[in-house]
Design a binder for this molecule. Structure first.
Ligand SMILES: [Zn+2]
Length: 513
């Protein structure tokens, strides 16, 4: 069986989960489900990044011992995901003993290869960013992120010979056009490499300054730099390079938001190269969720609570909205107004209405039994063709993480089916007692609806299961509804005449505001 592996960022637990975290993780879940629908073994790794000064500072602010603080926030992340219908993941913590062991092994390997050296360093250090700034990077002598004056620190540290690999990385990115996607982020990464501003990476912190980290195996007076530690979760989550899962699942896909492009586009490939491991398949970079074109922040009071939205609008509608509204790579605005509009137009009016009217008509005309189709007319064949086309586009676009376009492709079919109901007017056929023709029309509708319900399992697992149940199909939200969706695309059938259906359907009621 083919396999598929994807990761979300390992979320930094200095704050509670927000909409951006929920989005990345829902995308990962939808991708894994899509690949299961393609007949593959698939799962993803997510987790919590728990080391570094910022965590220590956040714990102090909350008057908690660091371990208690990270246990609490990490637990919030972990428990939120199942509520959003997110499954098939391994939750890894960078404080797990198994992870720490692999990080130490990897550090030793890089050290033995001669890619780590001890050196003196002095520079402007921002505690908020946990990094040194060069003179050039500062704005009016202040950190460009925090607008505060960094401290001048001089200390001895360990450095990773990143500069040695940068020409290789630049060439690799140039010759692999979809290694980083969408394209604008590839250009941004190349820009970082061209600027020549990248130096060797400082990968240690002296314990005199920070003790909350993983000990360097070759010098226990130091702990490991938080990024070097966190990035390795993508392979420690598989059990490390020696494991069976690594052999089976690596290389995989990474999903990140645009603010962490640099560690993933530059540090991580270079680390993998130094370790002699294959590079990841693609780095998939998404934008921010904004509120009225402004970044969400605590101070502005415009933070969206994913759990609250899910409770108000339902798990399926919330997932649908996020996957339909954001074009992967670009920023998107989140508002309850646009969410309600989306739910009412796409889910209640288009999809919900299709199910409601077709199932009621089948109840009335055929006692809720799927009729046998007779010869198809031109307009029926047009629907069959569109069904193949829409599904093909949908499956292809979902795999390259273009869920907004994928859903649009599927909705072409949903809208065409509603029009087909209007133009074929089953009520008139019934009145004229043209039962054979009526049976064909209803069959074309019902068989197409079954295809749509199958397609939607990665996006709305609960609703997909409900729709399939109403169409007399065995389904549960945790298991892919068919062996492989490719067979469903090439063959229009799949719904047996004689199947008993639900008498009515009201899956997506209109939201009144
Ligand atoms: Zn800063």
């Amino acid at each position: 069986m083919e396999s598929f592996y994807v990761t979300t960022p390992i979320y930094y637990v200095n704050a509670r989960p927000h909409l951006g975290h929920a989005y990345s993780t829902i995308v990962a879940d939808s991708l894994v489900r899509m690949h299961k629908l393609l007949g593959k073994e698939a799962f993803f790794v997510t987790g919590s990044d728990e080391h570094g000064d910022k965590i220590v500072q956040a714990a102090e602010k909350n008057n908690l011992p660091v371990k208690d603080f990270v246990d609490g926030i990490s637990g919030e992340f972990r428990s939120l995901w199942p509520e959003l219908g997110i499954e098939n993941f391994r939750f890894c913590r960078t404080t797990d003993a198994a992870h720490e062991k692999i990080v130490q092994e990897m550090l030793q390997k890089v050290y033995d290869a001669g890619d780590i050296y001890f050196g003196e360093f002095s520079g402007h250090y921002c505690y908020g960013c946990e990094r040194f700034y060069t003179e050039k990077e500062l704005e009016d002598g202040c950190c460009p992120q925090h607008k505060t004056k960094p401290e001048l620190i001089s200390e001895k540290n360990y450095f990773f010979r990143m500069s040695k690999y940068l020409p290789w990385l630049k060439e690799y990115i140039e010759t692999h056009p979809d290694f980083i996607r969408p394209d604008r982020y590839r250009a941004e990464a190349l820009g970082m490499l061209e600027a020549g501003a990248l130096e060797d990476l400082c990968i240690s912190r002296p314990k005199t300054r920070l003790t909350w980290g993983i000990d360097l195996p070759f010098d226990t007076k130091y702990v490991c730099y938080v990024w070097f530690d966190a990035l390795l979760t993508y392979i420690s989550g598989l059990g490390g390079p020696q494991s069976q899962d690594f052999a089976r699942y690596w290389p995989g896909e990474h999903l990140v938001a645009k603010d962490i492009l640099k560690p993933h586009a530059i540090f991580w490939p270079v680390m993998l190269k130094s370790l002699g491991l294959p590079l990841y398949e693609h780095l998939n970079v998404h934008g921010y969720w904004l509120s009225k074109d402004t970044k969400m922040s605590k101070s502005l009071g415009n933070i969206v609570e994913p759990r609250a939205m899910m409770q108000t609008y339902g798990q399926d509608a919330f997932r649908y909205y996020l996957l339909r509204e954001m074009h992967f790579g670009s920023d998107a605005n989140f508002s309850e107004e646009t969410m309600v509009t989306r739910i009412n137009s796409d889910l209640a009016n288009d999809l919900g209405n299709l199910f409601s009217r077709v199932l009621s008509m089948t109840a009335k005309y055929f006692s809720s039994i799927v009729p046998k189709p007779a010869a198809k007319l031109e307009q029926d064949k047009a629907i069959v063709d569109l069904c193949v086309q829409s599904m093909q586009n949908y499956v292809q676009l979902m795999q390259v993480i273009r869920s907004a376009e994928a859903l649009e492709a599927l909705w072409e079919l949903v809208r065409a089916l509603n029009k087909y109901v209007d133009s074929e007017a089953p009520w008139a056929l019934f009145k004229a007692k043209e039962m054979e023709r009526l049976g064909t029309v209803m069959y074309v509708l019902l068989a197409s609806m079954r295809k749509i319900a199958i397609c939607l399992w990665p996006v709305m697992p609960k609703a997909s299961t409900l729709m399939l149940g109403q169409l007399g199909q065995k389904a549960d939200e945790h298991t892919a509804p068919v062996k492989t969706i490719m067979d469903e695309i090439t063959c229009f059938g799949g719904l047996d005449a004689g199947t008993t259906l639900a008498e009515k359907s009201n899956i997506f009621p209109r939201i009144q505001r």
